[in-house]
Design a protein around this ligand. Structure first.
Ligand SMILES: [Zn+2]
Length: 626
């Protein structure tokens, strides 16, 4: 024990008035320790039996939130006491501490700590106060919506928030009663029931009661604890005060209310939640793609669809080679099947990768399959029924009529499949319609290609079949997938899903325009042009217009998704800035090594896959966790 350490303690404000012999007694069991950059002094989640006084250097207080991100709570320097909270409250460590550069610290064991706490009223008092606030602060920063609030102010919020233990079966809010408090879940699962229907299961990071506080109406569901847990509770006045103070929080509540209970979003409530609409502030809206990318890490898109394309393309090439070389039926059919799928599946994979808040691939596979299995036969029957495209047409008018009729029949058949998958309230983004439309169109295209190829095979023309497949595979991005994506976007407007809620006339007009364009493109593509040159010109134009329109829809849809994602995740932007300010956070926290990209998160409420680092699902507003 150095005299330097003794000197340090004697000069520390916490120990004023502590008798010399007590201090000396405590010092006997203290150790001076040296830490290097990144070394942990305290590990989150462990039960500690010691705390530290920082003698020199700086320490970063960090905590891992529910989605595995490291949040920096504080940076403390010389004189600070760390790790005392869990000694005092005899709880698990709610945060960790890591050295920034070289740090010397005095280690204080449980018994010495208790002795000092007993000997110094000052020490005891300051601990009991700071323990509560610090714990609350760590809890608030961890998982909740308040994480968008600056650190110092969050500490103030921690002072007015109360922890409440709850037990399995406890009814927190009863249906029809007023929730006059705002509840945030720190631990445990809670079920929301309306009447007999189970509405949702809330987990740590989720919150409730805000709708009652905002609308003044009674709670529409009963919230029951499914297991023992802990809530953080905030009073009505504090809640409204925070709303008034912080625009990101207002905006987040606004979006969540729009998701959960749009009918409550009347003028009065909207006024309470007023925020600057991004569209009204061009400067804010025109953020460059680069900053957006920094704020919301884009899903690893290019790799995935490229992988699909390369894998399927490789298989198709191999089977084509084998079919030509060996001329065995098994390879010919293998080439037929793989050739039918390569273009369509890659296209759908590409579309899905441009979506920020999409569903799991299995849903797209369902749309794809349903379209191939249902829409193709329906279209086939109808086309035979009206005997279009059978080669009986001779005049130009008849050709035009036939092409148009084919366009109408096939697009409607595919749209019926889309409608089935888009009819729920959860499919609320334009990108859902675009991606589902692409899947429906491509399921149709794949089956159609295989049927065409099969027809060639019936005429014993393997090379003809392979040629058709290759041409169709190469042209597939310009065909069914694009047309139906455009048509489905029209359907989406018609269903009234646009968050902007334009006038009915405006929506119907958009729907009509998009459906018409889709059918016209389809018809122009199918038109039997006389000369090869005209065919080229026609196809290039149809392809160009379709792709251009598709990309403009994707841009618009992505903007909508990003706006929603950002609105319900205001904390993420703050966090990202913190991350950049602190430097390579990941190096210090250790577990996020370079190269291992964190996994994307699937919402348990609605099945949306959100990019890594997201806290709240942009589709249903529920908290995400690893
Ligand atoms: Zn969700």
């Amino acid at each position: 024990m150095t005299t330097k350490a003794m000197e340090f303690l004697r000069n520390h404000t916490l120990f004023r008035g502590v008798p010399q012999h007590e201090l000396e007694g405590a010092v006997q069991s203290m150790h001076e320790e040296l830490f290097h950059d990144g070394d942990p002094l305290i590990v989150e989640g462990s039960y500690g039996n010691s705390c530290y006084f920082i003698m020199s250097g700086q320490v970063q207080i960090v905590s891992r939130n529910l989605i595995g991100h490291t949040v920096t709570l504080d940076v403390l320097g010389e004189g600070a006491l760390i790790g005392e909270v869990s000694l005092f409250l005899e709880e698990k460590r709610t945060s960790g501490a890591q050295a920034i550069g070289e740090v010397t610290a005095l280690r204080l064991e449980q018994n010495a700590f208790s002795r000092l706490a007993a000997a110094s009223p000052m020490f005891h008092e300051s601990l009991s106060f700071s323990a509560r606030i610090r714990t609350m602060h760590a809890m608030l920063s961890k998982a909740t919506i308040w994480a968008a609030i600056p650190n110092a102010e969050l500490r103030g919020l921690a002072e007015v928030t109360v922890r409440r233990k709850v037990y399995k079966g406890d009814v927190i809010v009863a249906e029809g009663a007023m929730a006059d408090r705002f509840y945030m879940i720190a631990e445990g699962r809670f079920e929301v029931r309306s009447g007999r229907r189970k509405k949702a299961v809330y987990k740590p990071g989720d919150y409730f009661g805000e709708m009652d506080l905002l609308s003044g109406e009674a709670h529409t569901g009963t919230v029951t604890a499914l297991e023992n847990g802990e809530l953080m509770v905030m009073g009505r006045d504090e809640f409204h005060f925070v709303l008034q103070q912080y625009e990101p929080v207002r905006r987040q509540f606004h979006e969540v209310l729009r998701i959960r209970r749009p009918e409550l979003l009347n003028e009065e409530v909207s006024a309470k939640l007023q925020f600057t609409e991004a569209e009204q502030v061009p400067e804010a809206a025109v953020e460059t793609a680069a900053t957006l990318e920094a704020v919301i890490p884009a899903p690893p898109k290019k790799d995935r669809w490229m992988d699909v394309l390369l894998a399927l393309g490789g298989i198709f090439v191999a089977f084509t080679g084998l079919a030509i070389w060996l001329k065995q039926p098994v390879w010919i059919y293998a080439a037929l099947i793989s050739g039918g799928f390569v273009g369509p599946v890659s296209f759908v994979a590409y579309m899905r990768s441009s979506q920020l808040l999409g569903f799991k691939p299995i849903r797209l596979a369902a749309v794809f399959a349903a379209s191939g299995i249902i829409a193709v036969p329906v279209a086939w029957v109808l086309e035979r029924f009206w005997s279009v495209g059978s080669g009986l047409e001779t005049t130009t008018i008849e050709h035009v009529q036939a092409s148009l009729l084919i366009g109408v029949i096939e697009e409607i058949a595919k749209l019926l499949v889309c409608f089935f998958f888009l009819r729920g309230r959860k499919q609320r983004f334009l990108m859902d319609a675009v991606v589902f439309g692409a899947a429906a169109g491509m399921g149709f295209a794949a089956v159609e290609s295989i049927l065409y190829g099969f027809m060639y095979l019936q005429q014993h023309a393997t090379s003809g079949m392979l040629a058709v497949l290759w041409v169709r595979a190469l042209l597939s991005p310009f065909g069914h997938g694009t047309w139906t994506a455009i048509a489905a976007a029209g359907l989406w407007y018609g269903l009234g899903r646009s968050a902007k809620r334009g006038s009915t006339a405006d929506r119907l007009l958009r729907m009509a325009a998009l459906l018409l364009i889709s059918i016209l493109l389809h018809a122009a593509w199918d038109y039997p042009y006389a000369a090869g040159l005209w065919k080229m010109v026609g196809m290039v134009m149809v392809g160009g217009i379709g792709i251009a329109l598709l990309f403009s829809l994707i841009r618009q849809g992505t903007k909508e998704e990003r706006a929603m994602h950002r609105a319900v995740n205001p904390a993420q932007q703050v966090e990202e800035r913190l991350r950049q300010a602190v430097g390579s956070d990941s190096k210090r926290s250790g577990s996020e090594g370079p190269g291992t990209s964190p996994p994307s998160l699937t919402c348990e409420g609605c099945g949306t896959v959100s990019p890594a680092g997201t806290r709240y699902c942009g589709r249903c507003g529920q908290a995400l966790q690893l």
